[in-house]
Design a protein around this ligand. Structure first.
Ligand SMILES: NC(=O)c1ccc[n+]([C@@H]2O[C@H](COP(=O)([O-])OP(=O)(O)OC[C@H]3O[C@@H](n4cnc5c(N)ncnc54)[C@H](OP(=O)(O)O)[C@@H]3O)[C@@H](O)[C@H]2O)c1
Length: 238
């Protein structure tokens, strides 16, 4: 018997990093889990590794596809919006074009699509969890687009939580987490992340399953709504 037996969980952006770790953690507690992302290759690899989870290919910007997915699942207990879903330009605001700055908000529009299509299918005590990030509230130079996107997500979290209660809406804000997001660093990934970790109070970057545990805690705690939970090794401390 698992604590999430017979619960239906849908993870958008669930084939890598935080989303995949959430799907795996929820499934290990007995939930029926559906997880999607764009890449057929990632869907195939994940399906082979985790046959207990139903993976399929879907872009978070495909509104009709989201509608069909949520309808096919039926009654849903928990939805997680974890897709990156955007091109981010890490540069000072004044050096970015309007187009580059706007592009970062594609992550936010992806989340609004998930909310609009998914919430009608959520059970009355169900939850929707977005993934924000520490730059929303502690922004280093060059991260304005990520910071503003995170603030939009955390603002939507509070607004929606009031509008759709008793359904619950929350966000989790990860700090630096070792995921596929840093694969572009290639062979330098581990060394670069270890170096970045030295400036974090806990002395290291986080792991995807440490963020997943917070997301699943939100699913299981029926009295949490409208909040953002930080999982960041202490980065937000003054
Ligand atoms: N890692 C960190 O340090 C960190 C820090 C703060 C916030 N975050 C946030 O945490 C969330 C998860 O990121 P992660 O670190 O776990 O990265 P990741 O390992 O790269 O995973 C991202 C997931 O999103 C999927 N995805 C991307 N664009 C998509 C789209 N348009 N439609 C559907 N799925 C899409 C990816 O698969 P496909 O490529 O197949 O689509 C993948 O499954 C993101 O929102 C990210 O901004 C991460």
């Amino acid at each position: 018997m698992g604590s999430m037996d017979n619960q239906n969980v849908v993870v958008i952006g669930g084939t890598s990093g935080i989303g995949l770790a959430t799907a795996v953690t929820a499934a290990s507690k007995g939930a029926n889990v559906w997880a999607v992302s764009r890449s057929e290759d990632k869907v195939k690899t994940c399906s082979d590794s985790y046959p207990e989870i139903t993976f399929s290919s879907l872009d978070t910007h495909n509104v009709q596809g989201l509608k069909s997915l949520f309808e096919s699942v039926g009654a849903i207990d928990h939805i997680v919006a974890a897709a990156t879903g955007a091109e981010r330009t890490m540069a000072p605001f004044m050096d970015q074009t309007d187009e580059q700055f706007r592009a970062a908000f594609d992550k936010f529009w992806g989340y609004t699509h998930v909310a609009r299509q998914g919430i009608p299918h959520l059970n009355e005590t169900g939850s929707l969890t977005f993934i924000s990030g520490t730059p929303a509230r502690k922004c280093n130079p060059g991260m304005s687009s990520v910071s503003c996107t995170g603030n939009a997500i955390e603002g939507l979290t509070r607004a929606l939580a009031l509008e759709v209660a008793p359904k619950r809406v929350n966000a989790v804000a990860p700090g630096l987490i070792s995921t596929g997001m840093f694969d572009s660093l290639g062979d330098n990934k581990n060394a670069a992340l270890a170096n970045m970790g030295k400036n974090i109070p806990l002395g290291r970057v986080g792991e995807a399953d440490e963020v997943a545990k917070a997301i699943v805690m939100i699913m299981e705690n029926s009295y949490i709504t409208g909040t953002t939970i930080d999982v960041d090794g202490g980065v937000l401390l003054p």
